[in-house]
Write a protein that binds this ligand. Structure first.
Ligand code: DHB
Ligand code: FE
Length: 289
């Protein structure tokens, strides 16, 4: 049976993927971020999960203003590398898991969520920046990836509470999958940043630290905030931290923090976390409602 071993949080800005491609991880600018990936990479290499359920968002790459699903799940056998306008990154296609993705879609639909099921969903920086920072891809990617994309770009977007509940539903869906799968959930994006308007460049490290504390020990209190409250504290684009709430919702109530790192660069508060699940990982007992 499938079980969730851990939840990871990672930034997903395009600059992170570009730094990987330029082999720039050890530069003075990037080292404080990439040092934060080292324990996560080591954990992944040791534990070897076979499936990553990746909460991210599309950035007008696979969807545009004509159609933006609130929630979309990638069910292709293989996910293409998207061309975001400057050519495809030199990465092989990312393996998917059609049967497991279909199961997740059916299970969360029965649980009150209605995802668009996408049999073609080229991945942009929202997925590829974290994947390429966390995993090797030669000779092949070591895990299958099931992307769950949440609309964070164009209002209306789902509430923090809805995203947290989606994570809970994904947890139940994983627990009810009969095949053996060793799953990690990955939340991506933020933390504080604002890329538009009067507060362009706004970063709030104090709020980011509080967000990470509460994500670990009191996620319900974050789920109770509204978009305006998140935006006031973290800047407009930081509202994508709802993707981290999806990840946290998929974990046990209590988590074991294995790793946490924070670095604020020019425009964005970058955070990394690794929380081990305290239920499924040890007991295989699966979901808790
Ligand atoms: C940028 C883009 C993103 O999608 C994001 O989440 C953070 C930063 C950027 O273009 O800098
Ligand atoms: Fe983004």
């Amino acid at each position: 049976m499938a079980r969730i071993l851990a939840g990871l949080g990672s930034p997903h800005a395009p600059a992170v993927g570009a730094a990987v491609d330029r082999h720039d991880e050890q530069s003075a600018y990037w080292k404080p971020l990439f040092d934060g990936f080292v324990p996560m990479r080591a954990w992944l290499e040791r534990v070897r999960p076979d499936t990553i359920i990746l909460f991210s968002n599309d950035h007008f790459t696979s969807f545009f203003l004509d159609v933006i699903p609130m929630f979309a799940i990638g069910a292709a056998a293989e996910h293409e590398i998207a061309d975001e306008g400057w050519g495809k990154r030199p990465l092989p296609p990312v393996p998917g898991d059609t049967a497991f993705a279909q199961h997740l879609a059916c299970s969360i639909a029965a649980d009150g969520f209605d995802p668009a099921v996408c049999h073609r969903l080229p991945l942009d920086h929202g997925c590829l920046s974290p994947l390429s920072a966390l995993l090797p891809w030669t000779p092949r990617w070591p895990a299958r990836v099931i992307p769950i994309l949440v609309n964070v770009l164009h209002f209306p977007i789902p509430t923090p509470a809805r995203c947290y509940a989606l994570g809970r539903a994904v947890r139940r869906a994983v627990a009810s999958y009969p095949q053996d799968r060793r799953v990690v959930v990955l939340g991506t994006g933020g933390l504080s940043h604002q890329l538009t308007g009067e507060r362009y460049g706004f970063i709030n490290p104090q709020w980011d630290a509080e967000f990470l504390d509460r994500l670990e020990s009191d996620p319900d209190s974050l789920a109770a905030l509204d978009h305006r409250q998140l935006i006031e504290r973290g800047g407009t684009e930081s509202v994508e931290v709802i993707l981290w709430l999806c990840m946290r919702g998929a974990l046990s109530r209590q988590v074991r923090r294995v790793h946490r790192n924070y670095y604020h660069a020019t425009l964005t508060g970058y955070a990394q976390v690794l929380f081990e699940d305290t239920e499924g990982a040890t007991t295989g007992a699966g979901a808790q409602r």
